[in-house]
Design a binder for this molecule. Structure first.
Ligand code: EPU
Length: 449
């Protein structure tokens, strides 16, 4: 089925909003699951389609709410977007950009929408948008994006919470990022592909999704070197052309399922996994006592020894991903001993610990560094804790899945409110878990209008 999207995604988001997800614990996960394309790569690839008037075909695109919102944003700018849900294919033709102001209702709710700014500025010399929102996990400013645009010759004006950026022609520049921002690097990388001359981004992000996006842009005719290192060099070109590409596997989805398997003592094989992207998680899961094997694109999680406490700190790749911190804490509630978890990317990303506590988890939070802009928070997790059913709230995508994972080992029923957060980031999460033997209610796809 091929559909252009419009009201469809708004309707589906609305119908899951009221959703209460119920999980009953006690089952070991067993079997196979196929990992979808990565949300955090697909969203940027969609933004990259604005850089060319040619057709771009993306395969293995996860059919999730955030992707549908991004597709709507592209349409608002004037692009034609076709979505083939069965084939998981999105085709975009941004032949003409008909407007440069992002509609607020499309731009603000999803943080990733900010990566449309760089391509729009490069292609049209102008973009205006409302400061983006996204999950409530910390301050999440975009100063590094905007400063980079300015270094490339753009004039950036912020009035209230709206931003206007203009540049008659972007110039290559030397840009130093105070912090290796993931979307910041992507935004500047995309803008620089069509700038005149050479851009060097120092202290660039080396996240796998950034490397993948850079390679996609090179396949569209860009000249980018140094991907995966802290220095990325971009030689600007006059135009980019169309491409057909498959989105890389979602390491965060794979990680979430791997943690779920390990904490239930399960025996699970995940397909469509890239071992190198999983390194930080594999190391920590093994240290905690899980058995992990890789073969080709398979990741196998087998029952290991009793889980034991380990310490983690979240850092930019190849550090431990902040996007798997909440799920790993769910596992640590079941590990013997005291684990310390340092969240060093987002100052508010341990708020969900209160929800885990309602289930009986023993977690203490310390905050320090209050004089700096960036607060580092540390959780001390004492395990193993007996978790029991309760009503809890999903605060964001990853915190939501952490509660589901806790539900898999809880006595009784865990009812998770605002479960729509999970649909923003995971394709068929509930159905995939159910196929692995988890006992949870799948509210099913939204009813047709
Ligand atoms: N930061 C700044 N200034 C900026 C940009 C970032 O100070 O201009 C700070 C942030 O406040 C934060 C830190 O830098 O403390 C990290 O932010 P980063 O820019 O790297 O994150 P992001 O690009 O906004 C992406 C992912 C997140 C993921 C992070 C870290 C997308 C759409 N989002 O966010 O994914 O946690 O990188 O890898 O790619 C998720 O998928 O659930 C999610 C939140």
């Amino acid at each position: 089925m091929t559909t252009t999207i419009g009201q469809e995604s708004a309707k589906s988001v609305e119908s899951v909003e009221a959703r209460l997800l119920r999980v009953r614990g006690g089952n070991r996960l067993r079997g196979e699951a196929r990992i979808s394309g990565a949300k955090n790569a697909a969203l940027k690839a969609l933004a990259a389609t604005l850089l060319t008037a040619d057709e771009v075909v993306l395969n293995s695109v996860p059919m999730i709410a955030d992707v549908l919102s991004m597709a709507e944003l592209l349409r608002a700018f004037g692009a034609e977007v076709e979505i083939d849900r069965e084939r998981k294919r999105v085709t975009v033709r941004a032949v003409a950009i008909t407007r440069t102001t992002a509609p607020e209702h499309l731009f603000r709710p999803t943080r990733a929408s900010v990566v449309a700014a760089g391509p729009m500025l490069a292609r049209c010399g102008e973009v205006s948008f409302a400061l983006p929102g996204g999950d409530r996990i910390g301050k999440r400013p975009i100063d590094l994006h905007l400063r980079g645009f300015e270094r490339m010759g753009a004039e950036v004006r912020i009035t209230g919470d709206s931003v206007v950026a203009r540049a008659a022609a972007l110039q290559g520049a030397r840009i130093y990022m105070d912090y290796p921002s993931h979307t910041g690097t992507e935004n500047l990388l995309m803008a620089a592909t069509l700038a005149s001359g050479r851009t060097v981004i120092a202290n660039a992000s080396a996240e796998p999704e950034v490397v993948w996006l850079g390679n996609l842009l090179n396949r569209m005719g860009a000249r980018i070197a140094g991907l995966g290192s802290p220095y990325i060099t971009i030689e600007g070109v006059d135009r980019l052309h169309g491409v057909a590409e498959t989105v890389l596997p979602d390491r965060l989805e794979a990680g979430t399922f791997a943690i779920a398997a390990a904490m239930t003592g399960g025996d699970v094989t995940l397909r469509n996994v890239r071992e190198a992207d999983m390194l930080p998680l594999s190391e920590k899961l093994r240290e905690a006592g899980a058995e992990i094997w890789y073969w080709d694109d398979l990741m196998m999680i087998r029952p290991g020894t009793k889980l034991r406490a380990v310490d983690i700190q979240t850092l930019p790749f190849p550090g431990f991903p902040t996007d798997l911190q909440a799920q790993f804490v769910a596992l640590l509630t079941q590990a013997e001993g005291v684990s310390r978890v340092h969240e060093r990317v987002y100052e508010d990303r341990l708020r969900y610990a209160n929800e885990l506590r309602k289930l009986g988890a023993d977690i203490r939070i310390e905050r320090y560094g209050a004089h700096g802009e960036r607060l580092s928070t540390t959780a001390e997790v004492v395990g193993p804790a007996r978790l029991t059913g309760a009503h809890v709230q999903a605060l964001d995508i990853r915190a939501g899945t952490s509660l589901v994972l806790a539900g898999l080992v809880a006595d009784g029923e865990v009812a998770i409110g605002d479960a729509y957060h999970i649909d923003r980031g995971y394709e068929d999460f509930v159905a995939k878990l159910a196929r692995l033997g988890a006992d949870l209610d799948d509210p099913g796809p939204p009813a047709p209008a």
